[in-house]
Design a protein around this ligand. Structure first.
Ligand code: KG4
Ligand code: ZN
Length: 330
């Protein structure tokens, strides 16, 4: 089944054409326009600018991806969660394409997309346990089948990626801060500063990263980065605290639910240390982690998540497509 995916929930406008089947998924064409350079000037994503940029790019990207291709069998579009300014642009483009070309439409949850990013090129075996870590989300999800999600725990405040981004901002590093911190952390001492591991002592699967960010802020207020404790040591210590919590909570959830597959997905899954630690910790279970390219927001993952909805006949009439910035997975 040939599916065109459309993703515009944050700061990437992405369109992909994917041939999906129960044997696997093949990305035929994919084009993504990143807005990072523009938002970096403001230290974070500016929704108003994001919306305008998506509106400029979306039609040319759809044209490019569909050039010399046969008509897709379905259109899968992100309908939430995310920034309303971007979601509307993607949804309206999908609606127009559906109407004009008479192609059925599928509304996809962005997080469902991140989970399915591991299916390029692997296969999820159920039950699966997914840790979704991105700029806006930190959630542990139990998946009994495609489309069957139970959120076991989530962050009470900041997401893990948001914590990376905010600490980077305090240090004066450019947006997005996650890759900057992880680069500096590579040569730092993880034990230099003992940052708190929030909620590690609680027997639940929830997270909280706001306190860790505040601890980093207070440490910099009360101490100086110098030759004894360098910026690399600082970054390594923050990164280690975030990873410790992510791994410990996932391990707790895995022990409680005995999954056949563990999935690590979302922008923060691009973090090298996190990937390595997951590989070591979950060596006894099948671990699926997307390639770095598919950790980031992309339309191929939306097309694949859409495929399973199509198999379940979950289409949305173009007149009834709605976006929801706070869309839930369950
Ligand atoms: O999934 P994504 O592209 O967008 C959202 O849906 O939020 O994730 C972006 C997030 C940002 O917070 C960024 O700092 C973080 O992923 N990120 C990383 C790394 N690469 C991206 N965080 C830590 N280490 C990285 N290498
Ligand atoms: Zn995302």
């Amino acid at each position: 089944m040939l599916i065109i995916g459309i993703e515009s929930s944050c700061d990437d406008t992405s369109v992909a054409l994917v041939e999906c089947s129960d044997k696997g998924h093949f990305v035929i064409a994919e084009k993504t326009a990143s807005q990072i350079d523009i938002h970096a000037k403001y230290g974070g994503v500016v929704p108003e600018i994001a919306g305008r940029m998506h509106a400029e790019k979306i039609v040319p990207l759809i044209e490019e991806v569909l050039k010399n291709q046969k008509n897709p069998d379905a259109i899968a579009v992100t309908s939430g969660p995310g920034l309303i300014t971007g979601l509307i642009v993607g949804a309206e483009a999908a609606r127009a394409l559906s109407y004009a070309k008479k192609i059925p439409l599928i509304a996809v949850n962005h997080l469902e997309g991140h989970i399915h990013s591991v299916e390029i090129p692997s296969t999820i075996i159920f039950p699966a346990l997914a840790l979704i870590v991105s700029g806006g989300h930190t959630e542990i999800v139990l998946m009994r089948d495609h489309g069957d999600y139970e959120i076991l725990g989530k962050t009470k405040d900041d997401a893990a990626g948001e914590c990376f981004d905010k600490v980077a901002k305090i240090l004066g590093l450019p947006y997005p801060g996650g890759p900057q911190i992880s680069k500096l952390a590579e040569t730092g001492n993880t034990k230099a500063i003992n940052f708190p591991r929030p909620m590690l002592d609680q027997e639940n699967f929830d997270f909280s990263f706001a306190g860790l960010k505040t601890s980093a802020l207070y440490w910099l207020r009360d101490n100086k980065l110098d030759k004894k404790i360098t910026i690399n040591d600082f970054c390594a210590s923050v990164e280690e605290a975030i990873i410790d919590v992510l791994v410990a909570k996932t391990r707790l959830a895995a022990a409680a639910h005995n999954p056949k597959t563990i999935i690590l997905a979302g922008g923060v899954a691009a973090n090298k240390k996190l990937r390595e630690t997951f590989q070591k910790t979950f060596s006894a279970t099948t671990l699926l982690v997307p390639s770095i390219q598919y950790c980031m927001d992309n339309a191929a993952m939306i097309a694949i998540a859409g495929y399973y909805k199509a198999m379940d006949n979950q289409y949305t009439d173009w007149r009834e497509l709605e976006v929801d910035p706070n869309l839930n997975l369950e």
